[in-house]
Ligand binder design. Structure first.
Ligand code: AMP
Length: 151
């Protein structure tokens, strides 16, 4: 199939933008950013260093453990997953899917030569799979109707 790099370029409006927060950011601000950008995860970074990942699941599950505390004062570092698993642009899409399935997460940061270059979500994977299926169907149709030269 295809590599993760093609997927990032094809599905993201601006592949160079990876939404991030710092560990001291309040969870309420992280939620506001997720809502504004319509995304389900943010990378937690200090400069260029990837410290963790915070997703909607962390917020719904872990913040619920602090019922008496306003989520406005909880910091991202308290609910993020530290040292997330990562992939590279040359990771095969099938391996990325396998990782997501095995580990049960829907987001994976993409690292190239030690630097964060993107994040792949389950939504990106679904879009890529649908496009792939459409391409296969089109090729089959072209083959059956003879609209491509078959030598
Ligand atoms: P998700 O399904 O992506 O919302 O994530 C489910 C849980 O796995 C949350 O606790 C996330 O912080 C964590 N998680 C998400 N992505 C990763 C990753 N790439 N590596 C490690 N943990 C992750």
């Amino acid at each position: 199939m295809t590599q993760v790099s093609a997927l990032i370029n094809a599905t993201h409006k601006d592949p160079s933008v990876v939404y991030r927060v710092g560990p001291e950011t309040r969870v309420s601000e992280a939620v506001a950013l997720m809502e504004e950008k319509n995304i389900g995860a943010l990378l937690v970074m200090e400069g260029k260093v990837l410290l963790g990942i915070i997703t909607e699941r962390d917020i719904t599950r872990k913040v619920a453990k602090y019922p008496s505390v306003n989520s406005g004062v909880i910091k991202v570092s308290a609910v993020m997953t530290a040292n997330p698993e990562t992939i590279t642009p040359s990771t095969q899409l099938i391996d990325c899917m396998e990782l997501m399935k095995e580990k049960g997460f829907r987001h994976v940061p993409v690292i190239d030569k030690g630097e964060v270059v993107g994040i792949v979500s389950m939504r990106d994977v679904l879009i890529a799979l649908v496009r792939y299926q459409e391409l296969v169907a089109q090729n089959l149709q072209d083959y059956i109707t003879g609209s491509v030269y078959r030598g």
